[in-house]
Design a protein around this ligand. Structure first.
Ligand code: AR6
Length: 184
C-alpha cells in the first residue's frame, strides 16, 4: 500500500528491513544498545561490527538510549547509510505509559532523521516482537504518529517505508492507516 502525504510517499510492505535502500533504517533496539534477536540481531549480522562498536561508544558516553528515544550510527555494510536505533517500550498491560512511549520512539526517530538531513527512512514494527506490544494497537499508534509528523513536516521526507515481517502484521498496519485516512 502507498499513499502520498505532502511531498512524502508513505509505503507499507512486507519484507526484510536489512535489505532496504532508504538512506536510513530504524532498528528495534534495547536501552543498552547491546544487540539481541529479531530486527536487532538481523541488522547487526548484516551490517557488521562497525555498528556494535558505535553502539558501545554511545553506551560509554551516554549510558545507552532510554525507552522512547533514538540514537544514530552509521550503517556499516548495509545499503542504508545510517541506522537509527529506537527503543520501544516493553508491553506490561498498557497502563505503564506504553502508548506514549511507543509514539515517542517513532517521533524521536523521525526527528533525528530530520536533524541529519535524511530524506528516506524504513521502520520495522517497533515493540511487537520480543517486547510483546499488541500489533493492532501498535499499528494505530505508529500510523497516527507518522501521519501527524508528516502533516507538520510536509517537505522533509521523500519516502517513509514500513517493512512488516509477515502478512498479518502488514494487514494490521494497512487497516490502521485506512481507518486513520478515513477520518481526514
Ligand atoms: N525485518 C523486518 N521486521 C522484522 C525482521 C526483519 N529482518 N525480523 C523480525 N521482524 P523485535 P521488539 C519483526 O523482537 O519487539 C531484540 O532482542 C518481528 O516479527 O525485533 O521492539 C532487541 O535487542 C516483529 O514484528 O523488536 C530488544 O531487546 C518486529 O519486527 C528487543 O528485541 C519487532 O520485533 C526489541 O523488541
Amino acid at each position: 500500500m502507498e499513499v502520498i502525504l505532502g511531498q512524502t510517499k508513505l509505503v507499507l510492505m512486507q519484507g526484510d528491513i536489512t535489505v532496504q535502500d532508504t538512506e536510513a533504517i530504524v532498528n528495534a533496539a534495547n536501552e543498552g544498545l547491546r544487540g539481541g534477536g529479531g530486527v536487532d540481531g538481523a541488522i547487526h549480522r548484516a551490517g557488521g561490527p562497525a555498528i556494535a562498536e558505535e553502539c558501545r561508544r554511545i553506551r560509554e558516553e551516554r549510558g545507552g538510549c532510554p525507552t522512547g528515544q533514538a540514537v544514530l550510527t552509521s550503517g556499516g555494510w548495509l545499503k542504508a547509510r545510517y541506522v537509527i536505533h529506537a527503543v520501544g517500550p516493553i508491553w506490561s498491560g498498557g497502563n505503564k505509559g506504553e502508548d506514549n512511549l511507543l509514539a515517542s520512539a517513532y517521533r524521536n526517530s523521525l526527528e533525528l532523521a530530520r536533524e541529519h538531513g535524511i530524506k528516506s527512512l524504513s521502520f520495522p514494527s517497533l515493540s511487537t516482537g520480543a517486547y510483546r506490544f499488541p500489533v493492532d494497537r501498535a499499528a494505530r499508534i505508529a500510523m497516527r504518529t507518522v501521519v501527524e509528523y508528516l502533516e507538520q513536516h510536509p517537505d522533509t521526507f521523500t519516502e517513509i517505508r514500513f517493512i512488516l515481517f509477515s502478512e498479518p502484521i502488514l494487514k494490521a498496519y494497512e487497516e490502521a492507516l485506512n481507518e486513520l485516512l478515513a477520518t481526514k
